[in-house]
Design a protein around this ligand. Structure first.
Ligand code: ACO
Length: 429
């Protein structure tokens, strides 16, 4: 709290609301007693663009300056020096691990990497063509049935958290293998988190998978960049569903479902589909930009724009550099990258995009990296979900531990009909 307050004058009376100050100078005024003190007044903010749902010490982002930090550490430093496993530990536990803590974390992740054999049957029974995000969300929710509740909250948090972090990559790789009709590859304790995932995805009896250290590094960076992003749509879903005190699996399953949407995590798939369509139809970049600007056309430039970033998304900057490196290393020329770069250049010089502060977001270049390392397009959002998992867990943990825990339940202003009489069915016209 600060000494400042905001005054509201309503029906001739003045009400005062204290101002809260964040570490980086962000300010909010606390209206938690607004309804009681004003006799029923609430605020209206569809999309919550001006509403803080919590105070959090996990991630700081500044959309105007393009800053992103996890637990105070800039994303650029984490992308350069850290691993996904270490960043996951940082987010969930609040501080970077010592070597001993990181080793212990690795042992726990290895211990938890296998999934119950009975889960294979589940996978096999999803209709062919089911989207992997729907499968992943269902399988994560189903984990509770296979791993019932533990005795204490502490046990629940420690074991369930590592179990989820480890099993999610096994589940994701299994869903890919089974959807293709291939045999499942089991996790190997001698491999690192990212190498293990790549091996489970691509190793097969005919052609053993060669683990390339640059590809492993690219995957580490991809997941680090996705690991948390404060109160976005899927994280808010995790916090909201978790506030009803459901188990962690159910809360994460809700987060995966929310992430699936093309306006959120599903944008990485949508970007590749958009770029592929441009190449296939031979559309010019000018035509696409014109279409994206047309108010009578719902078409949007996927991978562009962000609710919070009003400048270049710092993750997109790193992703773009990584994209060039990976393609050069693997000696791949991807025409989609050429189109993406051309679209970016034209959009960033176009008044429509300039006036609305529309810049490339994290999804604009990420799909090209994923394509280069062999991930199929319909698995892109699953890749995002694996990356976002430590953030969801950290946010869930903070919301459950915090002194201000409350069931999340917004209000509304009712605009439907006033009271009406019930009409029996035969008398209705
Ligand atoms: N292409 C064309 N126009 C756009 C785009 C776009 N990608 N994004 C926003 N606009 C325009 C809107 O039409 C609107 O114009 P208007 O003021 O003339 O009506 C203006 O910019 C503001 O857009 P809103 O939709 O009000 O902004 P909001 O903050 O609600 O939307 C969102 C953010 C959903 C990300 C939007 O920019 C979008 O749809 N982008 C494409 C999808 C995408 O890339 N999503 C991934 C986001 S990152 C993530 O979730 C991981």
């Amino acid at each position: 709290m600060t000494k400042e307050y905001v005054e509201l004058i309503y029906q001739g009376k003045t009400y005062k609301f204290p101002v809260i100050l964040g570490t980086e100078g962000e300010k909010a005024f606390d209206i938690s007693n607004l309804r009681q003190s004003t006799g029923g007044l609430i605020t209206m903010d569809p999309g919550f663009a001006n509403t803080g749902s919590c105070c959090s010490s996990i991630t700081y982002m500044n959309g105007e300056k393009g800053i992103l930090k996890y637990r105070g550490i800039p994303i650029e430093q984490l992308a350069k020096y850290s691993s996904f496993k270490e960043t996951g530990y940082l987010l969930v536990n609040g501080a970077l691990p010592t070597r001993k803590e990181l080793n212990r974390f690795s042992v726990l992740l290895n211990d938890q990497s296998l999934v119950h054999e009975d889960m294979h049957t589940f996978f096999q029974n999803f209709p062919r063509g089911s989207h992997p995000m729907g499968i992943l969300s269902s399988m994560v929710n189903a984990l509770r049935g296979f791993y019932p509740e533990l005795q204490t909250l502490e046990e629940e948090i420690n074991i369930t958290v590592t179990r989820l972090l480890s099993k999610i990559r096994t589940l994701a790789a299994m869903s890919y293998k089974i959807s293709r009709g291939y045999s499942v590859v089991y996790p190997r304790p001698d491999l690192s988190y990212c190498a293990n995932f790549l091996n489970m995805m691509f190793d097969n009896v005919v052609k053993p998978y060669h683990i390339d250290k640059d590809v492993v590094r690219a995957l580490n960076v991809f997941w680090i960049l996705h690991a948390d992003h404060e109160q976005n749509c899927s994280t808010s879903a995790v916090r909201m569903v978790g506030s009803g005190r459901v188990n962690l699996y159910a809360a994460i399953s809700a987060g995966i479902a929310a992430l699936w949407g093309p306006l959120h995590g599903g944008a990485n798939q949508a970007v590749i589909e958009m770029l592929a369509e441009i190449v296939e139809r031979g559309d010019s970049v000018k035509t696409i930009i014109k279409k994206a600007k047309d108010k009578n056309d719902p078409y949007r430039l996927m991978g562009f724009g962000h609710r919070v970033y009003k400048t270049y998304d710092p993750r997109a900057k790193i992703m773009k550099e990584m994209c060039d490196k990976v393609l050069a290393k693997l000696d791949i020329h991807d025409s989609l990258l050429d189109i993406a770069k051309e679209l970016e250049e034209v959009a960033l010089n176009d008044d429509y995009f300039i006036e609305r502060n529309l810049y490339p977001n994290v999804d604009f270049y990420s799909g090209i990296i994923l394509r280069a390392i062999g991930i199929p397009t319909n698995m892109f959002t699953v890749m995002f979900a694996i990356g976002r998992l430590p953030g969801w867990i950290a946010q869930w943990k903070e919301s459950m531990d915090g002194p201000n825990w409350k069931l999340q339940r917004p209000r509304q202003i009712f605009i439907g009909p006033p009271e009406k009489e019930y009409i029996p069915i035969d008398e209705r016209k």
